[in-house]
Design a protein around this ligand. Structure first.
Ligand code: AMP
Length: 361
């Protein structure tokens, strides 16, 4: 089976590495060009259709791809995950509408296309609230917290001209994500719920939550509804805020997700392998965690430290050139013993620039 991956960053790299035992050949391509509205030119679309029609399956590692292009490509070859899921994920307003339609709890929101609507949002949602670009914001880019009425004009100066969404601010206790993979037979493999710590809108740490409780059951149910709604094939993630033990869906990602990188060393089957299995027509494998304590630390703007890591720690460098804010690699710490786990976490933090996010394990 021939598979093409659109995008050739670290996620594509890890998809390829995970598929070693599958009977597939994989090529990666840079992302097709898009304009600020997410469109590709007709020439670009035709060029990609010609190129991709020789593959059995086309998949993608990242969301900045023209939906029109994938729809054209899908006339001649199969595209997974579902293009509809991608098109909803590309627009925060459609995403929230879709959560609501499927009865998945989310915070209040409204579309904003004029300064008058921004003022109305301030009244309806009350201060503070968040204003975000509907499309193509990522890692906290293209969004502002509006704390005082004076901020309204500034926010409009910065973001006016884009289609926007205003959202109520959730003073969350913490953030979690639920990842799952669904195959072409409709089986779903759920990864455990994970707790995520962001700084400046960028994921810093993911801590695997071992406990099965109401929160994890609710998260799985929300993800199941979305997967079934889209007739989704592949790996999928939903990020939630948790406030008073209640989930508020924030956003969904129709792809492998940074908060699932722990699964490379901490699970019997990684999110990447299950994605590749699903899109190539295999069953997804039921997930078992390999230890009691699992943490992933993202390496932002710094590479894997040049030190001997403890045996319970596994580092991955993405081999990219250094740039501020760039994800350069990650380290997974996987251990059954709390003491040796904590010792390794401390030792790693002593050797990297980042400071620990989670205080308790
Ligand atoms: P997003 O790009 O929507 O994932 O936002 C990036 C990060 O900003 C989230 O992970 C949160 O930490 C924070 N954030 C976004 N929206 C909200 C909100 N409505 N209330 C509180 N924090 C938010």
């Amino acid at each position: 089976m021939k598979i093409a991956i659109l995008g050739n960053g670290q996620l594509a790299q890890m998809m390829i590495e995970s598929a070693r035992d599958l009977n597939v050949s994989i090529d990666t391509y840079p992302l097709p060009e898009i304009d600020r509205y997410g469109k590709s030119t007709p020439e670009e679309i035709n060029r990609w259709q010609d190129k991709l029609q020789h593959y059995d399956v086309v998949t993608y590692e990242i969301e900045n791809i023209s939906v029109d292009l994938l729809q054209t490509v899908s006339q001649k070859t199969r595209v997974f995950p579902a293009i509809e899921a991608l098109s909803v994920a590309q627009d925060r307003l459609l995403e929230k509408d879709n959560f609501k339609r499927l009865d998945i709890n989310t915070n209040d929101y409204m579309a904003v296309d004029s300064f008058a609507e921004l003022q109305k949002a301030a009244k309806l949602l009350s201060l503070p609230f968040i204003i975000k670009t509907r499309r193509f914001g990522y890692d906290g880019k293209g969004q502002y917290v509006i704390k005082t009425p004076e901020c309204l004009e500034k926010a409009w100066e910065a973001l006016g001209g884009h289609s926007l969404i205003a959202e109520s601010f959730v003073p969350f206790d913490y953030e979690v994500s639920q990842i799952a993979s669904r195959d072409q037979f409709g089986h779903i493999a759920f990864y455990p719920l994970v707790r995520n710590e962001h700084r400046d809108g960028i994921l810093r740490e993911t801590h695997v939550l071992m406990e099965k409780n109401e929160l994890s059951i609710d998260a799985q149910e929300a993800v199941r509804r979305l997967l079934e709604h889209f007739d989704y094939v592949g790996t999928f993630a939903v990020e939630f805020f948790v406030k008073n033990n209640q989930l508020f869906a924030n956003e969904m990602a129709p792809r492998v997700h940074n908060s699932g990188h722990w699964s490379i060393n901490g699970a019997n089957v990684s999110q990447f392998e299950n994605h590749m299995r699903a899109i190539s027509g295999e069953n997804v494998v039921v997930i078992k965690t390999l230890a009691q304590h699992i943490l992933m630390i993202n390496l932002i703007a710094e590479d894997v430290p040049d030190i001997q890591l403890p045996v319970n720690s596994h580092a991955k460098s993405y081999g990219k050139s250094l740039r501020a804010g760039r994800k350069m690699g990650h380290i997974n710490i996987v251990d059954n013993e709390l003491e040796t786990f904590i010792n390794s976490v401390n030792m790693i933090y002593q050797n990297i620039k980042a400071k620990p996010c989670l205080e308790e394990f």
